[in-house]
Design a protein around this ligand. Sequence first.
Ligand SMILES: [Zn+2]
Length: 178
Amino acid sequence: MISKRTKNLEVQLQNISDFPGCLILYIRGEVRGKSANWLQKCVREYIERGFNKLIFDLTEYHSYPEDLIGCFLIFQKILRQTQGDLVIAEIDSKVFYVFQLLGFPYYFNYRKTSKDALSFFQQRGPFPKIFRCGKCAQWLEAPSPGFASCSICSSVFSLNDDGEILHGTAIDYNSKKN
Ligand SMILES: [Zn+2]
């Protein structure tokens, strides 16, 4: 577990070894103003590295969540561009009440525990598969098993039913082999 902190805010990050691309973030403290900017920068770095299934565990978040909601909106928008998503787990009923008041009771995926959130992602399967072309670094999306090609340099890839790339030079952040 990696721990990162700034004034009033600590984030612990846990990656799931048998489920690549997934990250659990335990948020403790207060997300407001500067710490919201810090959180955005921190999470964006992980999204850039290929983590597109994020679980935010709010067991220890009891502060006013307006800026945290702002961060979630940004993360969700970025994540959905790479077929990823975020799930909020262990949200305190008082904090959730503010989510409701501000109009976000259904906008995000909520699960009772981080474990429930993990099964939400695990049930979704490997497709559409997101990876990067190994030659030109373009992000690519394969909707189903079979062949895919790079829209920039025309490199060809083939993918099996498990979403593994069998042929072609690819950067696959979600592969257990990397
Ligand atoms: Zn390419």
